[in-house]
Write a protein that binds this ligand. Structure first.
Ligand code: AMP
Ligand code: FE
Ligand code: FE
Ligand code: ZN
Length: 295
């Protein structure tokens, strides 16, 4: 069984439509693929309709979250950005829907602000084009990166991040996020399974400690992504040990984004026993779907 539990489509910042993503997963020899767009379930229906025979899709999302450290002497606690995957939750759970809408609307506000800052500096980018690329999906920095590539300002999405879109860039604007404990609670209340995405992706900024992961586990976190393209071997070893210590499910995933990133589907995989644990943890009516064999 070849299982990849984290991939993006045009419902957020991937470049394959949900149907193309399912076809690509089958072509990559996967048995199970998860669709986990940022702050959105918009790709779920199309993925279900376009499902190749024998391929299983696990429907989920990836939420932008923040962890706030304990405040010391009245000073605010240290804030760390992180991503939480939520699998197999009930997409009609209203509180969770409201939170996803809040996050997506703020992505648009923030996207406009980044574009305005770039325009003020003379960069050839427009909100209209960014918005067109994003369609009705969640807007993200990769959409802006693609406009800069189209305009010949840079030659790749990666270069656009390095030069203009990284967190420390003068054009960077923060977006709304969900407190990580609230994200776990919303996921559990909707019958879903919360898994901490790329916990030690240090290239993206500060990461949380093992003690914080223990706090999240106590709050109901079900698993952590161990094998991820942004994790070096030592971090994978450390995360595998943390998962074992805390009784957490250990997953592996490509975090595929189509041509917005260089990692192919199935670059990292989840062990079948860990996948079974994840299925066992879900309590909502949302089940994995299997593509029917054509007649
Ligand atoms: P945003 O969600 O708008 O804050 O943008 C973050 C997203 O940009 C991540 O989910 C990745 O998909 C993507 N990303 C971050 N860094 C890079 C990079 N260096 N090259 C390509 N994509 C990146
Ligand atoms: Fe992304
Ligand atoms: Fe992520
Ligand atoms: Zn992702």
């Amino acid at each position: 069984m070849r299982i990849d539990l984290h991939a993006h489509s045009t419902a957020s910042d991937g470049t394959d439509t949900p149907e193309q993503l399912m076809a690509a997963a089958a072509a990559a020899g996967l048995d199970v693929i998860a669709i986990t767009d940022h702050d959105s379930t918009r790709g779920w229906d199309e993925a279900a309709c376009g499902l190749p025979a024998g391929l299983t899709v696990v429907r989920g999302t990836e939420l932008s979250c923040a962890h706030h450290g304990e405040s010391v002497d009245g000073a605010p606690g240290r804030r760390t950005s992180l991503h939480m995957l939520a699998y197999l939750f009930d997409p009609t759970a209203q509180a969770f829907i409201d939170e996803r809408i809040r996050l997506r609307e703020d992505r648009r506000r923030r996207g406009r602000e980044i574009v305005d800052r770039m325009i003020a500096d003379g960069l050839p980018i427009t909100w209209e084009r960014v918005s067109e690329l994003a369609g009705d999906g969640a807007v993200g920095r990769p959409h802006m990166a693609r406009v800069l590539v189209e305009q010949g300002v840079v030659t790749s999405v990666n270069e656009a991040f390095d030069k203009y879109l990284r967190d420390s860039s003068r054009y960077f604007v923060d977006k709304a996020d969900t407190d990580v404990f609230a994200a776990i609670a919303l996921t559990l209340a909707a019958g879903g399974v919360p898994v901490f995405a790329h916990p030690f992706a240090r290239r993206r900024g500060r990461v949380v400690s093992e003690a914080v992961i223990a706090d999240l586990a106590a709050a109901g976190l079900a698993g952590i992504e161990v094998d991820h393209p942004d994790h070096v071997p030592e971090d994978r070893d450390a995360l595998r040990a943390i998962a074992a210590n805390l009784g957490l499910i250990a997953t592996g995933s490509s975090d595929y984004h189509g041509t917005n990133k260089t990692t192919p589907l199935a670059a990292e995989l989840t062990a079948p026993d860990q996948y079974e644990r994840l299925l066992g943890a879900a309590t909502s009516p949302t089940r994995p779907l299997v593509g029917a064999a054509s007649a």
